[in-house]
Ligand binder design. Sequence first.
Ligand code: DUC
Ligand code: ZN
Ligand code: ZN
Length: 475
Amino acid sequence: MTIYDTIIRGGTIVTAADRTRCDVAISGGRIVALGTDLGDAREVIDAAGRLVLPGGVDAHVHISQPSGDGIVMADDFESGTRSAALGGNTTIMPFCLQEKGQSLRQALKDYHAKAEGECHVDVSFHLIIADPTDQVLGQELPALVADGYTSFKIFMTYEGLALNDREILDVMSVARETGALVMVHAENYDAIRFMTEQLEKAGRTAPRFHATSRPIAVEREATHRAISLAELVDVPVMIVHVSNRESMEQIRWAQNKGLTVLGETCTQYLVLTEKDLDGLNMEGAKYVCSPPPRDEASQEACWEGLRTGVFTIFSSDHCPFRYDDPAGKLTPKGRTSFRWVPNGIPGVGARLPILFSEGVMKGRIDIERFVALTATNPAKTYGLYPRKGTIAVGADADIAIWDPERELTLSHAMLGDGSDYTPYEGRPIKGWPVLTMVRGAVVMRDGALVGRKGHGTHLARGLSPYATKAGPVTF
Ligand code: DUC
Ligand code: ZN
Ligand code: ZN
């Protein structure tokens, strides 16, 4: 009789499709059997009264990203993946940022060197293209897609990052030829610059004016433009970190037309609002991120988008800076204007508990949809499925066991990241991950890391099923 490495016994297994009471047998880091009376194992994990879910796949995370101006990101790969594991994730997808003038290959080498031997969970890089030179478009990108880096993010805003429409079309054309998926940060750069200058002239420089400088129209216009450019080239596109109904409407409009336009929203757009940026002194800096959190009506819209399929993916957009730190949110320049406050907030550890508590426990989404949005769909969309993102025979044994009854008050100390705050401090939470397993190895048990850093490995990815190699664009 077979002796398995591990059996998870007595839990309720949930996938994106259904829930079943059965046991999971694991050997060699993979799921090898599902059923009851499976036999013996070297380790038995009792999951009675617990939910056994695919480990979270956070498809939008920034770690160790160069941030300029003496600003330092709060997480390296050790602390970022530690927080991911504590929060029930088994794979995260950080960005490899190409700086202007830099080769993408070199940027990747640098990121791999930073991640090597440091990770508690698996990682797989997206590429950020800031400098689409002929060499990058013609040589580097096709070779990198063939090597398993099958998604690129482009920015429509930010000094040093924003691509103009022509450059966006060039990148999208390469995506069409290679079958890569393009992710777009959709905000209108010139409009933000205009608004920022007006606000600064009027002396309105506190962190809360960050939100005023990038209102919904800025995001809606860029979303529509990104969709139109993708339509011209005939490529699928993923609009990331969508914050409001009007931008969602652009995505729904395109989906109804038959275009492959995908959407992502994030934790901050469900539970934060613009009012959080109002804090006294510089407190509001803790919530500065882009697009900014909006209002309660926008939160409701984002919940609707999660339910109705406008959004395929729910991510954290973890982009951590320390608060009380001159290399973080309290950079001296940030006191002179919101424009210098580092843009981004931590969230990789809080993403799943907040969606579980606010979504599943409050009846806004069902548990199968929770699994789809947080694990199965991100794995599918970015070419990791079925190895990742589900509980099935043959898949990696990437599993999070949840106690749906555990009630607690969220505090930064539980999250284990390298920042010194969480924007979600003090939130009541019901439902908490009590064990995280990556490829058969338990890496977190009862809120403590028990794995070995370096167990997490980099994953080369296949092409997204939404993208196809369609050859050069012809008119
Ligand atoms: N975009 C992101 O995707 N993350 C943080 C900041 C930003 O603008
Ligand atoms: Zn972005
Ligand atoms: Zn981001």
